[in-house]
Design a protein around this ligand. Structure first.
Ligand SMILES: CC(=O)SCCNC(=O)CCNC(=O)[C@H](O)C(C)(C)COP(=O)(O)OP(=O)(O)OC[C@H]1O[C@@H](n2cnc3c(N)ncnc32)[C@H](O)[C@@H]1OP(=O)(O)O
Ligand SMILES: CC(C)C(=O)C(=O)O
Ligand SMILES: [Mg+2]
Length: 566
């Protein structure tokens, strides 16, 4: 019988289910995203206001420069009426001429006259700027925070917009561009008809038209529903707003349910033109939607994100330094561990994937970097974000032969034969059972050297000479140390391995060679060679390995290695 789940003791009855939107002819599920939306980074505002220690001026400048360098063209730089620090930062950007001509800064304010005035004052001298005004419109906020009815709530937005326009005229005069953004805060809990009514009233004041857009930002201030409901809300607004062609429909998803990225993506499918978020998902509570994830999700679908993530670790380091909060090791695209496989079957598939990719690129006459990426378990090429392949495969108790042999190949150019991979992987596993934890690449090499290359077995070749007769018979003469004694051995066969096997019979060492593989360990003429011998000795089947600049010496060493192993 299937085990029956029990009723949770938690008080789930205290919470209301979210209401679906009545939109049976929704169109967004059939849409695909083919181009990047307009991005706004609110790292310096929503991100900053949620930090344990808000950024000082130096850190704010660092983030601003990072955002500009990455390619963000709309940057919310603060809440100037909040503090002198916030105000002064905006002033320093403008007065020190730090804002590139193609970057638009914006500043946030509550819909209060005195705060709006101070906010607009902070922008004096800016070439391109936007004031962003918000007031909460949801029923709980109307009742609890503002203690107002619908009409009075709408009036706050309308009056606020008028103040913005009046103060802009008073303080800013003619600028290259002055824009306006309005957010009905808590949009997701606001009745849709009322959200629309407030936005229309705000537009009636701002009067959007050709060359005079308005940004209407519909925030999931607290994410409260599945992403499809948010998408329905956005599609409904997009369909019902007047002057739609002059409206930049913006979304501002938070991540309270952990679905901020999905909400943003479905919202874009539903008609949103613009997305606000923060790098690595900083922001209130569980954060704003992560701009890195959104951008890289597009990239991984072949869509230009219009943002440069090619040095993801530099981006991460800067964000960690400025926010003083760590990025989780499993954070999409930027976490330390996200391109690393520990588990055996993943490592095996990745290793095969790399080999296959190299082969197909070569066949197509293309550089691997230009060939379509298709490697199991790696959604993107780590090199595209500035990572190398060092960390792709790491070995612990969950790993198998694929991972171990990948490291031997990557770090030491040793292409272990399949059955040797199995044998060596068991050797590593035995160590792992004793030592536990992760097995670093150097430690794997140490075990390999001790196991196969130590030359501490009963037979060691000190020198050898060989000749081939006309009939092809190969003769070898070797000076060898056998059980501590120096002996001169001689044997014949069809090659060094069989001749040496024959010679060993004289000293009572019986070796039956099962398999032999050799390869060069590099491209240049001075490259060394690796030889692998699988042999049955005293009833045991073992592998031996030899490495030397002479392939014959490498083969003899491999024989001695196998004898030592047996
Ligand atoms: C969802 C968001 O992230 S919104 C952005 C939130 N960010 C911040 O608040 C950071 C910066 N804020 C601050 O530094 C301060 O809040 C300040 C300086 C702006 C204002 O401080 P104070 O004047 O002390 O007001 P306080 O922050 O307590 O705000 C509460 C008052 O503002 C009113 N209010 C809140 N939001 C708004 C708004 N958007 N528009 C108009 N009034 C508002 C409240 O109703 C309340 O009024 P009451 O005192 O008459 O009841
Ligand atoms: C000010 C608004 C846009 C906000 O941050 C939110 O609603 O989350
Ligand atoms: Mg927010």
């Amino acid at each position: 019988m299937v085990p029956q789940q029990k009723t949770s003791p938690m008080p789930f009855h205290r919470y209301e289910p979210f209401a679906p939107v009545d939109l049976p002819d929704r169109t967004w599920p059939a849409k695909t995203i083919t181009e990047a939306p307009r991005w706004l980074s609110t790292d310096l505002r929503d991100g900053n206001q949620a930090l344990i220690e808000p950024m000082d001026s130096a850190r704010k400048h660092e983030i601003f420069q990072l955002l500009v360098k990455m390619g963000y063209k709309e940057i919310e730089v603060g809440f100037p009426s909040a503090s002198q620090t916030d105000f002064d930062f905006v002033r320093s950007l403008i007065e020190d001429d730090l804002i590139p001509d193609d970057v638009q800064i914006s500043v946030l304010t509550q819909a209060r006259e005195d705060l709006i005035e101070r906010t607009v004052q902070s922008l004096v001298g800016a070439k391109r700027s936007t004031v962003h005004l918000y007031n909460a419109t949801a029923p709980t906020f109307r009742r609890v925070v503002f203690r107002v009815d619908r009409q009075a709530c709408k009036d706050i937005a309308v009056e606020g917009t008028r103040h913005v326009m009046r103060f802009a005229e008073q303080y800013l005069g003619e600028t290259e561009y002055f824009g306006y953004e309005y957010s009905p805060e808590i949009f997701v809990d606001t009745e849709l008809d009322f959200a629309l009514e407030v936005c229309e009233a705000v537009m009636d004041v701002w009067q959007p038209g050709p060359g005079r857009e308005i940004i209407l930002n519909l925030p999931a201030t607290v994410e409260r529903s599945t992403p499809n409901v948010y998408a329905d809300q956005i599609e409904w607004m997009s369909r019902n707003l007047s002057r739609r062609e002059h409206v930049v429909l913006s979304v501002h998803p938070h991540n309270d349910r952990g679905t901020g990225v999905a909400s943003a993506e479905l919202a874009v499918m539903a008609g949103a033109d613009r997305v606000e978020g923060c790098l690595f998902g900083h922001g209130e509570r569980t954060g704003n939607v992560c701009l890195v994830t959104l951008g890289m999700n597009l990239f991984s679908q072949g869509v230009d994100p219009k943002i440069d993530f090619s040095d993801i670790d530099e981006i991460r380091r800067t964000v960690e330094h400025c926010t003083q909060l760590p990025v989780a090791p499993r954070h999409p695209y930027g976490g330390d561990l996200v391109y690393t496989a520990f588990s055996g079957s993943h490592q095996d598939a990745i290793k095969k994937g790399f080999t296959d990719l190299d082969a197909r690129a070569e066949e197509a006459g293309k550089a691997v970097e230009d060939y379509p990426w298709d490697v199991p378990y790696l959604p993107i090429d780590p090199k595209d974000v500035g990572r190398n392949y060092e960390a792709v495969i790491r070995v612990n108790s969950q790993s198998g032969k694929g991972g171990v042999s990948y490291i031997m190949q990557r770090d030491h150019s040793l292409d272990l034969p399949r059955r040797l991979q199995i044998e060596f992987s068991q050797v590593i596993q035995a160590h792992m059972d004793t030592d536990g934890g992760e097995f670093q690449a150097e430690k794997i090499w140490g075990v390999f050297s001790d196991t196969y290359l130590a030359e501490n077995g009963p037979v060691a070749v000190l020198a050898h000479r060989s000749s081939t007769a006309e009939d092809g018979t190969y003769t070898i003469e070797a000076d060898a140390r056998v059980n501590g004694e120096i002996r001169e051995l001689k044997g014949t066969g069809n090659g060094p391995i069989s001749a040496f096997g024959d010679a060993l019979a004289d000293v009572d060492v019986k070796v039956r060679v099962i398999d032999y593989v050799e390869h060069s360990m590099g491209e240049d003429g001075n490259a060394r060679a690796a030889a692998y011998v699988e042999a049955e000795i005293d009833g045991r089947t073992v592998w031996g390995v030899g490495i030397h600049s002479s392939i014959t010496t490498a083969s003899l060493k491999a024989m001695c290695s196998a004898i030592g192993r047996a």
